[in-house]
Write a protein that binds this ligand. Structure first.
Ligand SMILES: Cc1cc2nc3c(=O)[nH]c(=O)nc-3n(C[C@H](O)[C@H](O)[C@H](O)COP(=O)(O)OP(=O)(O)OC[C@H]3O[C@@H](n4cnc5c(N)ncnc54)[C@H](O)[C@@H]3O)c2cc1C
Length: 545
């Protein structure tokens, strides 16, 4: 066992591992990258996390930097849950709900709790967290907060950032802070602290004050965004100040979160689902724009294309049998309303049907819950598509999270089709049409040099498309190693430099998840590409010490 592991073993109460099996297990997340950690730690409590951070800070002061990477369940698609130094794995111990207040409907939970379990618990109180990712059965609350995850319901309810109200965070020097919305008076108290926390408040407040114009340039014209750091929601017009929205979505690069305070939403007792077949990307865009201008936002507007259905029908002939038959339309659009007031919901559904009927002769309105479940299988077919390998070819999370302004949705779809055609690759598109956030995954073999080159060519091409359309590269999965180098290409240079300064304020020695988000170059990540791609670790148990 190396010296660092030895020190940690003597000073913390959680487990410390350096065995080859554990290091191999934690050398991948759900991205196309691999990095083997030196040491793995399962912290028993927040004090362990504090001690680890304190220790690496003191080493850094003496010139030796050991990276700290926080890890939930490793379902991250961008290479942000792997690292070469100490991997801090939260789910083994820090996994409890601390408090649920039925009056304020607020929940406080430790970061390592399984998100699916948390959601189940909330449902027993008729509440839920709308931004829970599709991967929630396999992932943690902390990972969703750190990635600013979102879901199909984020169209109406917003992303994780919207629900998170406060955090407990271990800073890079081991200090523990609590963040929440502060009044001007409370902020002044923070500004006067002589601690690292005080330094952070002072520096961020000054940066945001002096660089207001640059902060406003960091706002992209899209309805959700996890690309870069969120600076625009920290300082508000009412003079309040909150570091929470900045830390949410920071992928463990600004602090180690140990506890989350969140608001919850009322679970949705009644929904109406509409489905329609559309023949062109232009019709899809026109429909979505009109649907979004209804008096109340639908709870979901989702799309899958005919190529995806064709592919799934070939591989799993029974899956779509009772839902939809070949020949498949160009696009299937699903629109859901969860407005509780029945009269209001019916009025919205009537208007939505009218909009859909302008472009589709196959509009179906479904009130029955069981039938709705069957119709949703069309959208859920994407999980079969992205979970299926063709021999050595795997569908890769590479260019799967772009989001554009709504009036560019059709151009975005056509650009994706063109890109795949140019590369002679099978193409399928699915995603959150209501936000113009689309997923597409090329089938490539990372064991082949040609396909490795193709992967980066596609990434470059995709970035150009997103920039031309005025969008963001990441709506929900975040930047990590995969998209970090494109921050300076999508955002103006002064915005990127502001991100760099923010990172320096929180993490002056670059200890926290280096190589993620800030300071990433494609030359650095190319050698980190995996030779094979698999999601097997998601289903395996955590290694025991
Ligand atoms: C099949 C599949 C489907 C998915 N569907 C969705 C989806 O619908 N929506 C969506 O948004 N995402 C989705 N994802 C991406 C991913 O699952 C989510 O972002 C998830 O919330 C990550 O949780 P995790 O516990 O696996 O985090 P990890 O992968 O372990 O970590 C994610 C990031 O969070 C950081 N982190 C983890 N814990 C902490 C902490 N305590 N403090 C600071 N930083 C921390 C890590 O360093 C890393 O940067 C999907 C992934 C897969 C494989």
């Amino acid at each position: 066992m190396n010296k660092v592991a030895h020190y940690l073993q003597e000073h913390i109460s959680g487990e410390v591992m350096t065995g080859n099996d554990a290091r191999k297990y934690f050398s991948t997340d759900s991205s196309i990258f691999t990095i083997t950690p030196s040491v793995i730690v399962y912290p028993k409590n927040e004090n362990d996390v504090r001690k680890i951070a304190r220790f690496t800070w003191q080493l850094a002061e003496r010139g030796r930097t050991i990276p700290l990477t926080a890890r939930g369940s490793g379902t991250d698609l961008t290479g942000a849950a792997i690292g070469s130094g100490v991997l801090i794995v939260f789910p083994s111990h820090l996994n409890q709900v601390k408090y649920y207040d039925a009056k304020t409907e607020q929940i406080i939970a430790e970061v390592g709790i399984n998100f699916g379990k948390l959601q189940q618990l909330l449902l027993s109180y008729d509440r839920f967290i709308p931004a829970a990712p599709a991967s929630m059965e396999y992932s943690t609350l902390g990972g969703a907060v750190a990635n600013n995850a979102s879901s199909k319901y984020s169209l109406k309810y917003g992303d994780m950032r919207k629900s998170v109200q406060g955090l407990r965070v271990v800073l890079s020097n081991g200090e523990i802070i609590e963040t929440r919305k502060l009044s001007k008076k409370e902020l002044n108290r923070k500004l006067g602290l002589s601690t690292f926390e005080g330094e952070i408040y002072r520096s961020i407040d000054t940066l945001l004050e002096e660089k207001k114009d640059i902060v406003s340039k960091s706002i992209l014209n899209v309805s959700r965004n996890s690309f870069g750091y969120n600076l625009s929601d920290v300082k508000n017009d009412d003079s309040s100040f909150d570091l929470t929205p900045l830390l949410v979505g920071s992928q463990g690069s600004l602090g180690l979160i140990t506890e989350v305070t969140m608001g919850t939403s009322r679970s949705r007792p009644m929904t109406t689902l509409l489905s329609a077949y559309l023949n062109s990307a232009d019709d899809l865009q026109a429909t979505v724009i009109q649907l979004r201008s209804l008096d109340e936002m639908p709870s979901a507007i989702e799309v899958v294309d005919g190529s995806l259905l064709e592919s799934v029908a070939q591989e799993n002939p029974n899956y779509l049998k009772e839902v939809i038959a070949s020949p498949f339309p160009k696009f299937v659009l699903l629109v859901e309303f969860d407005t509780e007031n029945e009269h209001k919901r019916h009025k919205l559904v009537k208007k939505a049907s009218k909009i859909l009927s302008q472009y589709s002769s196959d509009v179906v309105v479904e009130e029955d819950k069981e039938r709705q479940k069957i119709i949703w299988k069309v959208r859920e077919a994407s999980a079969l598509y992205s979970g299926h390998n063709q021999g050595q070819l795997n569908p890769l999370p590479l260019i799967d999270d772009g989001i554009v302004p709504l009036d560019k949705l059709s151009a975005f779809i056509n650009a994706i089709y063109d890109q795949f055609n140019r590369e002679h690759l099978q193409v399928a598109i699915w995603g959150h049409a209501g936000d113009a956030n689309l997923h597409a995954q090329p089938y490539l073999n990372l064991g082949q040099v040609g396909d490795r080159q193709k992967a980066f060519r596609m990434l470059e091409d995709y970035c150009r498309t997103i920039k031309d359309l005025g969008g963001s590269l990441s709506a929900q999965y975040n930047d990590g190693r995969l998209r970090g180098s494109y921050l300076s290409k999508i955002y103006p240079e002064d915005v990127y430099q502001l991100f760099v300064q923010v990172k320096k304020v929180f993490d002056p020695y670059n200890i926290l998840n280096p190589g993620v988000k800030i300071g990433v170059s494609n030359d650095e990540i190319k050698p980190q590409l995996r030779n094979e791609y698999s999601l097997q670790h998601i289903y395996d148990h955590l290694p025991l010490s």
